[in-house]
Design a protein around this ligand. Structure first.
Ligand SMILES: *Cc1c(COP(=O)(O)O)cnc(C)c1O
Length: 494
């Protein structure tokens, strides 16, 4: 039987996994979501000796069950190769109070690499399976990190082009250099005179422009999106929770069958939803702890059952969690409403029209699987210092938000279940914040901070930032926001 993916907003919109990946978002605005839990046997006495790629094969074949074994092998071997700086891909590190699952060993040293290194292959394979032989063109507006991770994933993947727009004055020097030095004949980076919203708005307009779509089709091309609502980004994230559990069994930290908690620093609710699915398919999960920064809309949601986005947006030192509308939460809502698309759509419409929605008491049951909390900026910095002093290990600010929330959770509940924190970025991605949290002193600039961080932690400087100052800048185009489409047409030769 093939697993059915259905839009969260229309029960008549049902597709297979490969159709869901190719479409990305459902045309009704909903998210494709599995209607049943995939059948898979997780035998950790055996899995503890499996490689990351083998665990990936097991999990992906359960969720993406219209892919053949050969197709999955092709995707997995091309994704999880020496782009990662460790053969274990996602190592588990033991600290005094918790385990860190390091999800930052890929090309851009943050956890988006875990999914974006396989998405291009899942996407092109899905296109082939659906009889589509157009070249896939990815258009993305980025405020810094996702664009780079998407490019690193798509670079030189056959039958794809990727065009990334970023606001000229809206990204850090390191972020800009990471993008403008990107290799790959099919990668294109364009700075715009404008802000992130201008970039985003124009990308959306191009996606919906019927004439442009026709024009691309006559040249055997079509647009697609790599955004985090694509099921092709969610499913690969389930893999590392299974793998983490297997690693704990292997190291003798837990016995097969023991429960573990997962704490996840959350923005769009993608990573944490993957932990939920890992529990659904059989990983013995105790609590899933949702950690937010000062943009604590999710903390309030789990406490009250009301999701209220009407609040000030705060800029924090964990920018990838600065989010007021967590798109992937819609999938959890859909499940807790008993996969009811009509009710889900009502709530999501209310979020747009009224800025909030409230769950009925009867629907809150699933929320008991979760705990939630948030960390202030000061608490986050103090936690980086605390962990450094106890473990000689430096966490990035996102991981430290999770670690703060976890410490408070233990204080409050006395729940000492072994806990894995999803460590979503290398401290080398945020070196100034990490160094000043530990030393109380600002390094002055990012590159100096990289040196300082190396001195403090003794951890090798990753290739993603090492030598970046001297790398060749390959992408120099700057256009006005109004000329973005012209730039796309010129790159694609249409
Ligand atoms: C994207 C990101 C997050 C948030 O992940 P979601 O899946 O959006 O919840 C957390 N930390 C880092 C470093 C990220 O890049």
């Amino acid at each position: 039987m093939t697993l059915v993916y259905q839009s969260t907003r229309d029960e008549n919109n049902k597709v297979t996994a490969s159709q869901a990946i190719l479409q990305g978002l459902a045309t009704d605005g909903g998210l494709f979501t599995p209607l049943t839990t995939p059948e898979v046997t997780l035998d950790f006495d055996h899995l503890k000796d499996a490689s990351y790629q083998e665990v990936a094969k097991l999990v992906l074949s359960a969720f993406l069950d219209d892919f053949t074994e050969e197709e999955l092998d092709y995707c997995i071997t091309n994704a999880y190769d020496d782009k990662f700086d460790t053969a274990t891909i996602a190592p588990v590190v033991k600290l005094q109070n918790h385990y860190n699952l390091e999800l930052f060993h890929g090309s851009t040293i943050a956890f988006k690499d875990m999914a974006l290194s396989i998405l291009p292959y899942l996407l092109t394979t899905s296109a082939k399976k659906q009889g589509v032989d157009n070249k896939i063109v990815i258009l993305t507006a980025t405020s810094g990190d996702t664009g780079k991770a998407a490019m690193a994933g798509f670079a030189d993947v056959p039958e794809t082009e990727i065009i990334v727009f970023y606001p000229k004055d809206g990204v850090s020097k390191i972020q800009e250099l990471q993008m403008t030095t990107q290799a790959g004949a099919n990668t294109h980076v364009i700075a715009i005179d404008g802000n992130f919203d201008d970039a985003q708005t124009n990308v959306k307009r191009m996606f919906n422009d019927v004439d442009l779509r026709e024009k691309l089709l006559t040249h055997h091309m079509q647009f697609s999106s790599a955004n985090s609502m694509n099921i092709g980004r969610l499913v690969p994230q389930v893999v590392y929770y299974v793998y983490a559990y297997a690693q704990l069994v292997k190291a003798g930290h837990i016995k097969n069958g023991d429960k573990v908690n997962f704490t996840v620093p959350t923005g769009n609710f993608g990573n944490i939803l993957a932990a939920y699915y890992a529990g659904q398919i059989g990983v013995p999960v105790g609590k899933i702890i949702c950690a937010s920064n000062e943009n604590n809309v999710l903390t309030d949601f789990f406490a009250t059952g009301t999701y209220d986005k009407k609040r000030d947006f705060k800029v924090t030192t964990s920018p990838s969690m600065d989010i007021l509308v967590s798109s992937n939460l819609e999938r959890l809502i859909f499940h807790l409403l008993g996969n009811d698309a009509v009710k889900t759509k009502e709530l999501m419409d209310a979020l747009v029209t009224k800025g909030e929605y409230t769950l009925a008491d009867a629907d809150k049951g699933i929320l008991d699987l979760f705990a939630a909390g948030f960390a202030t900026e000061d608490e986050t910095a103090a936690e980086i210092k605390r962990v450094y002093e106890e473990d000689k290990y430096i966490e990035d600010p996102h991981t430290a938000v999770a670690s703060t929330v976890y410490e408070a959770y233990v204080q409050k509940t006395d729940d000492h279940t072994p806990t894995v924190i999803a460590s979503t970025a290398s401290p080398y991605k945020f070196p100034r914040v990490a160094v000043s949290a530990v030393t109380g002193k600002d390094s002055g600039d990012d590159f100096k901070a990289v040196e300082d961080l190396h001195q403090l932690s003794g951890v090798d400087i990753p290739a993603a930032v090492d030598g970046l100052e001297r790398a060749e800048v390959r992408h120099k185009t700057v256009v006005a926001a109004a000329d973005m489409q012209k730039a796309v047409e010129s790159y694609l030769g249409v």
